[in-house]
Write a protein that binds this ligand. Structure first.
Ligand code: FAD
Ligand code: FES
Ligand code: MG
Length: 308
């Protein structure tokens, strides 16, 4: 097993008060790791209690090590029998890069959850699930939940190019899937909203779910307003504690202040103030760039030393 900065998190041998040696295992061992695309990784993580009770739309707060920040990640799937949950992570900065570097056998220190309200699922009628980028992994448990309840599910998923398209086969189990890529390397060329316009124009859609980058969710909400179809979006503001205490995830919905961690993360897309959400997401960019740069420097120094 490769040595990493997080090797402190591996099962450790410790002395109990009784004085006898004991093996202390962290609960959250990585059971499997899959590279879904160049910068998206799926980790199956041991977390039996959460695997039993999680519902579509819920997320967890992850803290990789003692000194790590907490970050929110959606529970993309779960195996209640095996006691594992699946996290699908796009490596964008310090914490996500550290997480995707984990290998099977290594551990995550804390996983708190399941958090947030479960998705409002319909059990009849036609639901359109739209996922952009890593948002497709978040759309997956929603489509799964809708299918289990008996709703008709159509999915539209998008990525920059073929290699960025994820969860296509998984979503096909629940109904037709339309794939869109920006460069036309797979599926149809164009944005998910182009395909969504056609599906909305072609027939009755009772509810739309949209998960992805803020501009995408905003564009979907503008489109569905035209068609007068109710639309649920999954918001991704900065979260610190995930329990309604810090105010970091404040969003404006229908001119009311909401906290996405306890009131959401899903809201009526026609009422969300997306401009404010974009602004707030960018608040700490300088700090994030600095943290990523320091982490990169640390990794390089370590690698160089390891080769000496
Ligand atoms: P940084 O360099 O610190 O930040 C990069 C960008 O990520 C920031 O500009 C900001 O827009 C966002 N971000 C940073 N810190 C946070 C934070 N504490 N909370 C939320 N956003 C942050 N990403 C996935 O890849 N997979 C998921 O399943 C997923 N589910 C999410 C569910 C919810 C409810 C929310 C709110 C976010 C989810 N995210 C998910 C986004 C993920 O939490 C951020 O990408 C991650 O925190 C970035 O951390 P970083 O240190 O690697 O990047
Ligand atoms: Fe602190 Fe929501 S993350 S209030
Ligand atoms: Mg960060």
């Amino acid at each position: 097993m490769p040595a990493t900065r997080n090797s402190q998190l591996l099962p450790t041998r410790a002395k109990r008060e009784s004085g006898k040696d004991a093996i202390l295992h962290s609960m959250h061992t990585i059971l499997a790791r899959y590279q879904l695309s160049e910068n998206v990784t799926k980790l199956d993580v041991l977390s039996p209690r959460i695997a039993q009770i999680r519902q579509p739309g819920q997320f967890v707060m992850i803290r990789l090590g003692v000194h790590s920040e907490r970050i929110p990640l959606t529970i993309a799937d779960a195996d209640p029998r095996g006691g594992s949950i699946s996290l699908v992570i796009q490596a964008v900065g310090k914490s996500t890069n550290e997480l995707v570097a984990l290998q099977p056998g290594q551990c995550i220190r804390d996983i708190a959850g399941p958090l947030g309200h479960p998705t409002e699922l319909i059990s009849a009628g036609h639901a359109l699930c739209i996922g952009g980028g890593v948002g497709t992994a978040v759309a997956h448990p929603i489509a799964q939940g809708l299918h289990r309840r008996g709703a008709q599910v159509t999915s539209i998923i998008g990525g920059r190019s073929k290699s960025a398209v994820i969860f296509e086969l998984e979503l096909r189990r629940f109904g037709p899937v339309f794939v869109c890529t920006d460069d036309g390397s797979y599926g149809r060329t164009g944005l998910v909203t182009d395909a969504a316009r056609e599906v909305l124009a072609a027939g009755k859609v009772d509810l739309v779910y949209a998960v992805g980058p803020v501009p995408m969710m905003r564009a979907v909400a503008e489109l569905t307003r035209e068609f007068k179809v109710r639309t649920i979006v999954s918001l991704n503001p900065i979260m610190v504690d995930g329990t309604g205490m810090c105010g970091g995830c404040r969003v404006s919905v229908g001119n009311e202040t909401k906290f996405a961690c306890v009131d959401g993360p899903e809201f009526d897309g026609h009422k969300v103030d997306f401009a404010e959400l974009s602004d707030r997401l960018a608040s700490y960019r300088e700090f994030e760039r600095h943290a990523a740069k320091c982490a990169h420097g640390h990794r390089r120094t370590k690698t160089t030393n390891e080769h000496k």
